[in-house]
Design a protein around this ligand. Structure first.
Ligand SMILES: *Cc1c(COP(=O)(O)O)cnc(C)c1O
Length: 394
């Protein structure tokens, strides 16, 4: 077989889309699909949203890029918006979730060195996902993703997710710990929702031990879980929070927000990015942030997600092959008792886009925040039916 010019790093479904509108994608043969994945939690405003399209078009006709050697007004505007929404103090912009987390990891190391700790260590969780660069891969709690890439970056120590006692134990035995990096909900890990007060307890531990609480909201941020950032439902503030995915609605941008003692750790010469926060991506993100806040799409996500999960419970809740149906806003999972990897393919054939994670047992949906009630009903009915037929229940 001949070598394909695109390197073979993904297992892709055999469909290509050529346009989209709202929650719908259209393939090159003219078939339409209800998009319940949003390009993996990216297109929260759906496809071809007029506010984003206009912002990108207008900015592209003016100026796309200048570099961070110069002042970028759009970057300053976006940083103002994000700090106001989040309660954080300042922002570093990169181009992806992994880069946002790289910034956080580097920040924690410098924070440690400033305290006289030679080998600053960050606590990370089992089952976590933080990206594919060497440092973020090393922080990621998935052995199969790391296999073959050793030697990994040192300076991480791992605790089970949603286990405060384990974190306490590590802190008690390791004087080098300077930070905790954790997802408020594990997305790639299979939509794992921790105890309601998990983040509050980690906040207390960080306060008591002068450590940075660093939240990876690359997936949970930008309205997806029912508030702009997931931590806002815990009434706490992190020291560092990273986000990306939903921030640009598909235009690549990532952000690392810092607060208080974390704000002046990265200074000129310590970190940077050529494209990071350029005029074009910041114009897109400004349109996204303003649309989410003006239209209260985060609140909409909270209500709609509960409605969809209740719908699935009504149709599948009693099925023997369904272990659990759970959601936080529009992060929705149907956990099966056996593997259902083929469900992503079957759903595509039936005109719905979703994906299967968590070792093949978790059917995951991350619909656009702009999904209508009617589309949500269609989603529930179609996916319930597909799962029932697949599991040979009817
Ligand atoms: C997707 C994701 C990342 C990585 O983002 P990229 O933009 O792919 O680099 C990091 N953390 C979490 C929680 C994610 O879901």
């Amino acid at each position: 077989m001949s070598i394909q010019p695109v390197m073979n790093t993904y297992s892709r479904l055999s469909v290509a889309f050529d346009h989209g509108e709202g929650c719908w994608l259209f393939d090159t043969d003219g078939n339409k699909y209800l998009d319940a994945l949003s390009g993996i939690a990216v297109c929260g405003l759906g496809h071809a949203h007029p506010a984003v399209t206009t912002a990108i078009s207008e900015q592209a006709s003016q100026l796309i890029h200048t570099s961070n050697l110069y002042t970028i007004p759009n970057q300053e505007l976006l940083a103002e918006r994000l700090t106001k929404i989040s309660g954080m103090d300042n922002v570093f912009f990169g181009n992806s979730g992994a880069e946002a987390n790289e910034a956080a990891i580097k920040l924690a190391r410098r924070y440690g060195h400033a305290k006289g700790i030679d080998k600053p260590t960050t606590i990370v969780m089992e089952g976590s996902f933080h990206g594919r660069t060497m440092a973020t891969l090393s922080a990621t709690g998935n052995r199969s993703a790391q296999a073959g890439f050793e030697p990994l970056v040192s300076g991480f120590v791992r605790a089970p997710y949603n286990d405060v006692a384990a974190v306490k134990n590590i802190i008690a035995n390791n004087a080098d710990v300077v930070a905790i990096l954790v997802e408020p909900i594990q997305g790639e890990g299979g939509v794992i929702i921790p105890a309601d007060d998990y983040l509050n307890q980690l906040r207390e531990l960080c306060d008591a031990n002068d450590m940075l609480l660093m939240l990876d909201e690359v997936q949970t941020g930008n309205g997806r879980t029912g508030s702009y950032f997931a931590y806002q439902q815990n009434n706490i503030l992190p020291d560092v929070v990273t986000t990306a995915k939903g921030l640009g609605n598909g235009v690549p941008i990532g952000a690392c927000l810092a607060r208080g003692k974390a704000t002046e750790v990265l200074v000129p010469g310590t970190h940077g990015s050529t494209y990071g926060g350029n005029p074009l991506c910041c114009a897109a993100a400004l349109a996204v942030v303003d649309t989410i806040t003006n239209e209260k799409l985060d609140q909409r996500a909270g209500k709609l997600g509960d409605m969809i999960a209740d719908g699935f419970r009504a149709q599948l809740g009693d099925a023997s092959y369904v272990k659990e149906i759970r959601n936080k806003g529009l992060m929705i999972a149907i956990e099966l008792s056996e593997a259902g990897t083929e469900l992503a393919v079957l759903s595509k054939v039936k005109g719905v886009l979703l994906n299967v994670t968590g070792g093949g047992k978790v059917v995951r949906m991350l619909p656009p925040l702009v999904m209508s009630d009617t589309e949500a009903e269609l989603l529930v009915n179609t996916v319930s039916r597909i799962i029932k037929v697949y599991m040979a229940d009817e």
